[in-house]
Design a binder for this molecule. Structure first.
Ligand code: DGY
Length: 319
């Protein structure tokens, strides 16, 4: 069986597979495989180890005549046309669960960095602007005892809520359906999106990227937020109307934003949102913690090997 790895992985992962499989691997860890080469390699692949930057659309599936499984090292799989995969009998594996805590840590770190203006404060020192202490110099917003609104109360939402409990935050959430566990165990209150936006000091977006959530945060939503509130997005950039967010940040509708994801990734330094002083912008590092990434690779290889044998995957994205 031929296995295609679209990013370079260390030999420790690849060597054990070589006896039984014909391995093809892109040479770079931090640069995506060029699309043409990717499509060419797909023609002979039985299974693919992928990540969120490879697009598995109709064109890709057309070329992949032998393909049995696509295994992505991510919880999100919006880069893969699941309907098309299912129609063609291709299993799609993903890696939920193992990145919950790391992503919740990063979400909370981003919330704190945004609320307390860490980016501006770091620049202040680096740019040699710090000449004295000032009563209101670089003052931000409180975190302890404030209200957190979580949009998308899945695994990661609940893990963020647990952290917020330690900060004595009041928890509101909005979700496709009610999450009784979150209500019972964390004291989170279910409410409409409008109510959440109007009441929260921090709004954290953790909804998956679907047709329903595309640009779910637009002008009307940002206008409903408090002018002192902060918006944090560690889900997918496509869930946000970035032009509306820009207006919200520059016209004082909201106080700041912490972003790990963008409509089109990667962004460059001249992206309008990045230049704003009230934005903390990170390069999609939600799950970027060593142990977590190792677990994601391990699980994605497990799904890949199960998939090429036609067995059921540990975590499958097909309905
Ligand atoms: C995911 O898993 O979907 C993240 O965005 C990448 O870690």
């Amino acid at each position: 069986m031929r296995l295609l790895f679209t990013r370079a992985l260390d030999p420790e992962w690849i060597e054990p597979l070589k006896d039984e499989h014909d391995i093809r691997m892109w040479t770079e860890e931090n640069i995506p495989m060029p699309r043409e080469l990717f499509l060419k390699e797909l023609e002979e692949a039985d299974g693919v180890f992928t990540n969120l930057t490879d697009r598995f659309d109709v064109e890709a599936f057309e070329r992949a005549k032998r393909l049995k499984v696509v295994s992505t090292m991510a919880v999100g799989y919006d880069n893969i046309d699941i309907k098309e995969a299912t129609k063609r009998g291709v299993s799609v594996g993903h890696t939920p669960g193992v990145l919950t805590e790391a992503t919740a840590d990063l979400t909370f770190a981003l919330l704190m960095a945004t609320g307390r203006r860490l980016r501006e404060s770091i620049d202040y020192v680096r740019n040699d602007q710090w000449k004295s202490w000032g009563p209101f110099m670089l003052t931000g917003q409180a975190i302890y005892g404030t209200t957190l609104g979580i949009i998308g109360m899945g695994r990661i939402g609940q893990a963020v809520a647990k952290r917020a409990k330690g900060f004595n935050m009041t928890l509101l959430y909005h979700n496709r359906s009610r999450n009784e566990q979150a209500e019972k165990e964390l004291g989170a209150t279910y409410c409409s999106l409008d109510h959440l936006l109007a009441r929260s000091d921090y709004v954290v977006l953790l909804a998956p990227s679907t047709d329903e959530t595309r640009k779910m945060m637009g002008p009307a939503q940002f206008q409903k937020m408090k002018s002192t509130a902060h918006f944090i997005n560690t889900s997918r950039g496509t869930n946000v109307d970035e032009q509306a967010l820009y207006r919200a940040l520059t016209e004082g509708w909201i106080a700041g934003a912490g972003l790990d994801v963008y409509e089109k990734e990667p962004i460059s330094a001249d992206h309008p949102l990045v230049q704003l002083p009230n934005v903390v912008a990170l390069p999609h590092i939600g799950s970027a913690e060593v142990g977590t990434r190792r677990e994601m690779v391990r699980l994605a290889i497990e799904n890949l090997l199960l998939g090429i044998k036609g067995k059921s995957l540990t975590h499958i994205a097909n309905p």
